[in-house]
Ligand binder design. Sequence first.
Ligand SMILES: Cc1cc2nc3c(=O)[nH]c(=O)nc-3n(C[C@H](O)[C@H](O)[C@H](O)COP(=O)(O)OP(=O)(O)OC[C@H]3O[C@@H](n4cnc5c(N)ncnc54)[C@H](O)[C@@H]3O)c2cc1C
Length: 415
Amino acid sequence: MQHCVVIGAGVVGLTTAWALAERGFAVTLLERAGEVAGGASQANGGQLSYRYVSPLADEGVPLKALRWLLDADGPLRFKPELRWQQWAWMIDFLRACRGPVNRRMTGRLLDLGAYSHQSFSALQQDARLDVVDLREPGKLVVYRNQQEFARVAARVTALGAGPEQALSFEQCVALEPALAFSAAPFVGGIFSAGEAVADCRKVCELLLLRLQGHGNFRGLVQASAEGFILRAGAAVAVLTEHGELSADHFVLAAGLQSRALALKTGIKLPIYPLKGYSLTAPIAAEHRPPVVSVTDFEKKVVYARIGEQLRVAAMVDLVGADERIDPARIASLRRNVQATFPRAADYAQAIEWAGLRPATPSGAPILGASGVRNLWLNVGHGALGFTFSFGTANIVAELVSGRVSPIDLAGLQLS
Ligand SMILES: Cc1cc2nc3c(=O)[nH]c(=O)nc-3n(C[C@H](O)[C@H](O)[C@H](O)COP(=O)(O)OP(=O)(O)OC[C@H]3O[C@@H](n4cnc5c(N)ncnc54)[C@H](O)[C@@H]3O)c2cc1C
């Protein structure tokens, strides 16, 4: 039996560990924190957004970004760093901000989203993953700008009967009555049926439990990976703070930290932290939370009811790998949320969180070969790591098994 070490126990590492164990590998999960979902997977937006996958890099975004930067409550923050990674990442991001590039990548990510959806359904069955708070309420993307909404609505309407529907604001309120209390100047929305929400951290905890009952799982080892031992172009062991751990294969799934770890063997990963915030507020009987999953397009805020809590996530801050909560940013998010859904939850009791999205300039994860034999990549999931993890785990496990990817990987590999 071949042995595989997966580095990182966020949602990507856990799903990968399961996919490998199911394919007959003995699997060890290496995690520096000793517990699962301590990184970006902890309190993210909870959206399983299989169809709403268009990357941030798009035509017109550089101009919008300038406007956002001038708005104290805007969704974007930028703090220049004296590090080449930030500037190199931004140059590549600007290069990706072209209509044809965005459309090509959106097509790829739609395929990945559909495959991930299918993979999640299979995982639920195979791992008996009875996720308590999982719901499929669909996603409503609401617009404040009439011109922007008209453009998107025309495209959706031209496609005819499909999974997306353009709705007037009155139709949005009929679908989601919580919008009736909103002070936000929404003009309409696009509804996609089938999109789901769940608590990513709970999914991770449940997956660890199922792995611990899997005959091929060798355990969660608490240690920080610090490099690799290479022999004849192949990885033979991972170096940890407690010594060497040898295996036949290694999968790097350490989120943002994958960049530094890969660099130790000369592999350059174009990953940069996009910092975001979330609030998790309790819902009581008197509250009127949204039932469908709502995305406020211009403010870049997502709302998901997860059990008896409202999870709100937002913001894209290019401020380096700084996980601290900036009081001004979280206060801005609170103001925005209170104006948009004033009666949805008890915001005074909300738990505040900040996390770092491990993002590539194109918005696509990097999967498969690393250039070092036996060292595989499952990294760079950015804003949609929860959504894509189920699919990317199967893809990488197939490649480690010596088979071909179930979907076309053009644009999803290290170039
Ligand atoms: C505000 C916010 C909202 C989001 N909303 C959504 C959403 O609604 N839907 C969605 O699909 N995605 C969302 N995301 C993105 C998603 O959370 C991430 O893409 C995903 O969690 C990345 O998972 P990961 O396993 O790659 O990384 P992580 O969850 O960060 O896990 C990496 C793990 O590796 C460990 N590690 C790091 N270095 C080492 C080392 N040297 N040795 C051993 N272990 C190591 C870390 O401790 C960590 O546990 C959001 C992210 C943020 C920040």
